[in-house]
Design a protein around this ligand. Structure first.
Ligand code: GAR
Length: 205
């Protein structure tokens, strides 16, 4: 029998890590067939570190201040990705813009999740910015990463309605629930070879 080789995923995270857990859970349950090879984290206080330990996933802590330049910082990360033969980089609350060179090297193999309907409300506070703006509809976007922040070709989007009775907390809860559903779905599509980038568009084939 031919052994099926699993693809290797690295999750980059700087924060709580709830998306990490949703993905790790989907892999554990066999909904996604992949090897969660490592977490790359740039924040020693990040909740994702404990979560990764709970799932037995290796954490690489790379602190920007330990490197003279962004290039050296990213070179270290690239070394880990290559050593672990990473096929897909999943940004899950990694609050750092990757360089043009990094993105070019991995283009088509890095995805990101954003807690708003891109191109609206880019940046680090997508949920709050949408709430404060007073929009009636917001949502979640999963996209391929390019050199601009929250910008590359869109893979999946799902809407979330903001009701009159919502407050920021209830909206955050609704957004995270959708994130935890659609990020594993997008990863599965990628790993099964269903995503084809055509310029700005992603065809699901
Ligand atoms: C998520 O809501 C993700 O969409 C957001 O960071 C959060 C990380 O949460 N990313 C961005 O805002 C990217 N611009 P988590 O650490 O609990 O997964």
């Amino acid at each position: 029998m031919v052994e099926k080789i699993l693809k290797n995923i690295a999750i980059f995270a700087s924060g709580k890590g709830t998306n990490f857990s949703a993905i790790a859970r989907a892999i554990k349950k066999g909904k996604i067939k992949a090897n969660l090879a490592l977490v790359v984290c740039d924040n020693p206080q990040a909740g994702v570190i404990k979560r990764a330990k709970r799932y037995g996933v290796k954490v690489i802590l790379v602190l920007r201040e330990d490197f003279k330049t962004k290039q050296e910082f990213e070179a270290k990360i690239i070394q880990y990705l290559e050593e672990n033969k990473i096929d897909l980089v999943v940004l899950a609350g990694f609050m750092r813009l990757l360089s043009k060179e990094f993105v070019k090297r991995f283009y088509g193999r890095i995805i990101n999740i954003h807690p708003a309907l891109l191109p609206s409300f880019k940046g680090t506070q997508g949920i709050k910015d949408a709430f404060d703006y007073g929009v009636k509809v917001t949502g979640v976007t999963v996209h391929f990463v390019d050199e601009k922040m929250d910008h590359g070709p869109i893979i999946l989007q799902e809407i979330v309605k903001i009701k009159e009775e919502d407050n920021l907390k209830s909206l955050e809860a609704k957004i995270h629930k959708i994130e935890h559903k659609i990020y594993p779905e997008a990863i599965k599509l990628f790993l099964e070879g269903h995503l084809k980038i055509e310029g700005r568009r992603v065809k699901i084939i």
